[in-house]
Design a protein around this ligand. Sequence first.
Ligand code: SAM
Length: 232
Amino acid sequence: MKQYFDEIGINVTPHQLEQLELFYNLLIQENEKYNLTAITDKTEVYIKHFIDSMIISKLDLPYEHKRFIDIGTGAGFPAIPLKVMYPSIEITGLDALNKRIGFIERACREINVDAMHLIHGRAEDFGQDIKYREKYDYAVSRAVAELRLLLEFVMPFVKVGGHFLAYKSLKTKTELDDANRSLLLMQSKLVDMVTFDLPGNFGKREIMIIEKIGKIDKKYPRKPGVPKKSPL
Ligand code: SAM
């Protein structure tokens, strides 16, 4: 599989490749029990889950020793591949589905990455908790919601001056047009949008780099379900 990392220019060590191999085996082994991934073909998992998650390493941003949170991490994407790539980061995975959190705990043990912090619950609740609010240098999130909703889920966790790296594909322009008010209320500014071609012609990935420029009104995030019912 190393050729795909080489193709896109992501450096991985033999040890990191071993960890990803163990993660792949566990993902497939546990998939039926936990419904973790629709993709099971090995090449596709490596490209669409692992390399896709690691693609932010191609951005010119400092990650070592920073605090990350992955909102709606599911089976650990992008959190686990990021932790494999950058062992020095402190990363928290949050998801509303407890069984997926259980899978991540086991995966971290078995592939031998330092434990991630895991939170079972809804972003709307934990974004109001002072233990987590404005505590992260970076938030990441993939395949969770359209941008205007996502900003309300994610931006409360980000420190002022920190960044949200939103994994997006297709419809980015429409999502952005719909998110003007949400960007404003979430004190957020789109800094850049970078498109990558995944190796092996597996499509494109767009990363939106969104900076938090000020404190957010305490009434956000609203209660669970409200952002979806009446998006900003
Ligand atoms: N990020 C993973 C990936 O890319 O494979 C999982 C994507 S999955 C389609 C969406 C995940 O977001 C689900 O695991 C779901 O439980 C979680 N989720 C959706 N809304 C959420 C919320 N408001 N708070 C916490 N988790 C949420």
